[in-house]
Design a protein around this ligand. Structure first.
Ligand code: MG
Length: 394
């Protein structure tokens, strides 16, 4: 008995068609419904009881690149403290914030979540310092950028399905990963005029994009405080901190020390999420968009912060760059790790025979530099350190 036969037989199992109908009935007109998807590059038969985006989400979670996020640096080198965020916990926080915003605006939670879960798959080991180093090493060979690498992973590198390379995700998830693309490709779907240039992705993609920022602003502050690299007194200069501090003091006047800071961080996320929900609801209403296609024709994203919060976040971002990302304790450790990355890169360039059997198969199509770059960027922090130790002893 096939899965679809089973679904037909039991009235207890909700079918995909029923789930798509639930979306049509419960989501806003401008939400991206899974039943209206432009589909996948490689045609596949629809699942009997899961929507396309639920399937995409599962494909991302079951990918190798997703599992490796656990051992990749967010800001603090992986392994230096058990409480600090890593790429995986960051990703889960982004997915959670994305779902909250999507739900409040009657948008497609599954799509927003699938994009959020995939958004950092392309990060190299050692965070942004690792990315800069790889980009430098790839000068003249196409460079390295983590957003493009996330796309490369889901479109080419993951090898799991017999009929195609990559995960064959829905167009709308891929669209959401083209974060810094100037224009978004139009879906090739009947009724959509070919060659039309879209300026914005779906609202669900815009949510995942902003949720990423909201999440790292607050958790990097949290980790910076926990590590003792940021002193609570320094935060007083931040407008957003002051605003949230006032709110917390009103509610819990006796709260002090780390309990106070932990609760202010919690409120900071809440404050940002509420601001985005409120402001975006207004901008969606003012734009008059009625469908997901009309959203894509908008000149600017409709999911946004209020002007006041945008200003406050610019100040916060500057603060984090000045006081955390380039702090000697963060930058120094990352610098040493990046030197290892550079050494291992050169060793592989000189001796491609050291690349694994599966990786070597790509040499012919992708060339030596790109193959080495893909291989290294996929490594976790700890594996790269192990490789460096092993290869430099050889
Ligand atoms: Mg991120």
């Amino acid at each position: 008995m096939t899965k679809s036969d089973a679904a037909k037989l039991s009235p207890l199992i909700r079918t995909r068609a029923q789930l798509e109908e639930v979306e049509r009935q419960s989501l806003a007109g401008f939400a991206q419904k899974s039943g209206d998807s432009a589909g996948r590059v490689h045609r596949e038969s629809p699942h009997p009881h899961r929507t396309g985006y639920q399937r995409d989400r599962a494909r991302v979670i079951h990918s190798r690149a997703f599992r490796r996020l656990e051992y990749k640096t967010q800001v603090f080198l992986n392994g230096v403290g058990d409480h600090f965020r890593n790429r995986l916990t960051h990703t889960i926080e982004v997915a959670s914030v994305s779902r909250s915003i999507a739900r409040a605006l009657a948008l497609n939670e599954d799509l927003a979540e699938a994009i959020a879960l995939a958004h950092d798959l392309g990060h190299s080991p050692f965070g942004h310092s690792g990315e800069e180093m790889l980009d430098e090493l790839m000068k003249g060979h196409g460079g390295f950028e983590h957003n493009l690498q996330s796309l490369r992973i889901v479109e080419t590198i993951e090898q799991k399905y017999p009929r195609f390379a990559g995960l064959n995700l829905s167009f709308e998830v891929i669209e959401g990963l083209k974060k810094h693309a100037k224009f978004y490709d139009p879906p090739e779907k009947e009724g959509t005029p070919r060659g039309e240039i879209y300026h914005s992705p779906s609202l669900e993609a815009q949510i995942a994009n902003l949720a990423d920022e909201i999440t790292y602003y607050s958790h990097d502050l949290d980790d910076g405080l926990e590590a003792g690299l940021i002193q609570p007194a320094q935060l007083e200069e931040l407008e957003i901190w002051q605003t949230c501090l006032k709110l917390v003091r009103k509610q819990f006047p006796g709260l002090k020390g780390s309990a106070l800071h932990a609760y202010v961080i919690r409120c900071l996320i809440d404050y940002q999420v509420e601001d985005v929900i409120r402001t975006s609801a207004e901008s969606i209403e003012q734009s008059g968009v009625q469908s997901a296609e009309e959203v894509r024709r908008q000149p600017k994203p409709l999911i946004r912060y209020s002007t006041e919060l945008l200003q406050a976040n610019r100040q916060l971002r500057k603060f984090l760059y000045q006081n955390l990302y380039y702090h000697p304790r963060v930058a120094g450790a990352n610098q040493r790790a990046c030197e290892m990355l550079r050494d291992v890169f050169h060793i592989y360039l000189e001796k491609p025979v050291l690349l694994g059997k599966t990786t070597s198969l790509r040499l012919e199509t992708d060339g030596l530099h790109r193959t080495v770059c893909d291989y290294l960027s996929g490594m976790t922090d700890r594996y790269l350190i192990e490789e460096w130790t092993r290869l430099s002893r050889a």
